[in-house]
Design a protein around this ligand. Structure first.
Ligand code: AHZ
Length: 330
């Protein structure tokens, strides 16, 4: 039943070298929805499946490297926010949701103590009416029979907006913090603003302690909404990052202690433009006979990290070699 151009004919394809036939899915559609022993699917080539996923995923990543709004965390708060924004902003607004878990929804698949019912106090029940989620009215509050009904409805509506993109199994592991071009004079935040997020696949983020440097990726956006909850391996992520910043620890070059590690220094948030030159310029003998190079300089000096750009490492390595020769020759 197969045409000669059928992609399942690997030998013919290999001989012809015709990648178009794989890309364009040249195949014969012979289907039969027969549950009496003769069910037939349309033929498919494995590469079609791979390419259908890869093309979409990496096109999305490419597109969303510059977003308008990033929402961190797809729990009840993050998803509600995404819905409200998608409904009330122009359809060209790029709303990007980063969710660390494989399953979006956070804790909103259940009510309290792992029980099913979801209690919502008035007047927030208006949102259920907007979504079309059924509930019972108990006077001062309403009850959705199962939290999963709320979350699955909200999730499906959020994902139906063409301008909403969800990257799940992806964690925000730092913030991009840059000098704020609009800041006037000395401000509480040293004239800096958040300008994006630093991301990695969650499985990578959870393994930084077991492998040396697995560099992240970045997404820039003028507005970041952090709704990471308080539980789980990365809960309250930005709240903790900002608590560090409030001590002055996060200001590049600060000499204050990091509140968690107690170390005098630790690298600051990501800013490619400041980070690389600072690392090179601060590469030096930090203790008689001990030179720091690369990101250890950023850790020691509390400098910005640069993310996946390696010129600073090369130049810092060069400078360290130069400093070492100076010691040897002195
Ligand atoms: O996986 C997390 C969850 O889905 C995700 N998340 C956390 N850290 C992240 C990171 N990068 C990307 N660094 C991350 N995603 O954020 C989501 C948070 O959802 P949630 O349900 O935990 O938070 P929420 O604020 O939407 O809802 C909280 C629900 C609670 S907890 C609570 C109590 O303990 O008293 N009461 C309510 C109503």
């Amino acid at each position: 039943h197969y045409l000669s151009s059928d992609p399942l004919d690997l030998k013919a394809l290999k001989l012809s070298g015709d990648q178009d036939k794989i890309d364009n899915g040249a195949h014969q559609v012979v289907v039969n929805e027969d549950y009496n022993g003769n069910y037939k699917f349309a033929a498919i080539h494995e590469a079609q499946v791979s390419r259908a996923m890869i093309k979409r995923y990496y096109t999305s990543m490419y597109d969303r490297a510059i977003s308008d709004i990033v929402i961190i965390g797809a729990g009840s708060a993050g998803l509600t926010c995404a819905y409200e924004l998608a409904k009330n902003t122009p359809p060209s607004t790029k709303i990007t949701i980063i969710e660390a878990g494989v399953a979006p929804g956070g804790g909103a698949w259940l009510g309290g103590q792992l029980m099913s019912a979801m209690i919502i106090r008035k007047p927030a029940d208006g949102f259920l009416t907007t979504l079309g989620v059924p509930f019972t009215d108990e006077g001062n509050y309403v009850v959705v029979k199962h939290a999963a009904l709320f979350t699955s409805t909200l999730l499906s509506k959020v994902l139906s907006f063409p301008n909403v993109t969800l990257f799940n199994a992806t964690a925000v592991e730092d913030l991009i913090v840059v000098p704020d071009p609009l800041a006037k004079g000395e401000t509480e935040h040293s004239g800096q603003r958040v300008a994006g997020v630093v991301t990695n696949f969650t499985l990578v983020s959870l393994n930084h302690g077991t492998q040396s440097c697995m560099d992240p990726n970045t997404i820039t956006a003028p507005v970041i909404i952090s709704a990471t909850g308080h539980d789980g391996p990365m809960g309250a992520f930005c709240a903790k990052r900002l608590a560090s910043a409030a001590t002055g620890w996060d200001k590049p070059g600060s000499t204050k202690e990091h509140p968690d590690s107690g170390r005098r220094h630790e690298m600051a948030a990501l800013d490619m433009n400041r980070a690389e030159a600072n690392v090179v310029n601060k590469t030096r003998e930090v203790y008689p006979g001990l030179i720091f190079a690369g990101m250890e300089v950023a850790e020691y000096e509390g400098l910005n990290r640069m993310g996946p750009t390696f010129g600073g490492m090369i130049a810092s390595g060069m400078k360290a070699a130069h400093e070492a020769r100076k010691i040897l020759e002195s």
